[in-house]
Design a protein around this ligand. Sequence first.
Ligand code: ADE
Length: 352
Amino acid sequence: MAIVSSGEIQAHSPSSKARTRVVDAVPMKEEMNSSREDGLRPRSLDDYIGQRELKKVLDIAVKAALGRGEALDHVLLYGPPGLGKTTMAVVVAEELGVKCRVTSAPALERPRDIVGLLLSLQPREVLFIDEIHRLARVTEELLYPAMEDLRIDLTVGKGSTSRTRALDLNPFTLVGATTKAGSLSSPLRDRFGLTHRLDFYSLEDLQAIVKRAADLLDLPLTQNACKEVAGRCRGTPRIANRLLRRIRDFATVMGTDAVINDQLVDEALKLHSVDHRGLDGSDRRLLQMLLEEHGGGPVGLETLAAGLGEDAATLEAVVEPYLLQLGFLRRTPRGRLVTNAGRSHLGWPNVQ
Ligand code: ADE
């Protein structure tokens, strides 16, 4: 079934050099509104690797909806970027045998954007709204009766002569996605029948995702090469797919016809400063500055940011999360601290 993109899907990028990294989980400009990611997207729940709980839940819900000939309940997916929320919406639509209309909150600024979209939905179609926590207030309020009663309330006319006119909608499923579930208003949150968190992928699942994508791209990767990419993609399929494209470029330019092994992967990704654990230059610079200039910390975020020539908010939102997740960095009341795991990764001796 077709994926129809509605309006501009915008990046929510802080203006910073840390936002052009090959290991950034947020889609790059050229990855948005394009078929680049689409080619690698699984098209069925069977093809979708990982997120087993979510798959089980949706499998039952889809079968039940199909059995009753009804629209699927509204679904809210939340979790870090790049883990396959859009992909899952497209898969669900495919399983339901309907179109998936893809849009994002910033593209629904004016009331007429959402009204037009809702009125154009065919019975049981899926409407996917990315970054749903960013919806404009009026848009969100138009969605409440649409989700609950398949109705939109339009105000016609101005001033004392204005009145409300209700328009009926076809049954539809709203799939909302957000990286910030906590920022969603409770009236909106409460209107989703199914709410699920997507988690970072295991190494095993990532290896299978890399193998599948490599096959689709006609890239002869060895098992060890798949493992190497899986280990460097920060638990995130979008990053894995992006790294694969950089590896394909490298193999093309090097004229490598033979299989792509882990050594070639290493050479290709060294060019982009992505190491075995998926750290890039920005990550290592932060750890190195802490170690070399501040004895490993603790040191305040602002001091670190000034030393690195970055803004503190970007460091906190973009660079630190993965280092914290790996346990290479700790946030303490007195500032940031490199852990022994972080020290070992950079070849520094442990401290007590
Ligand atoms: N490509 C991106 N995410 C995927 C997933 N979860 N399963 C299969 N292929 C993918």
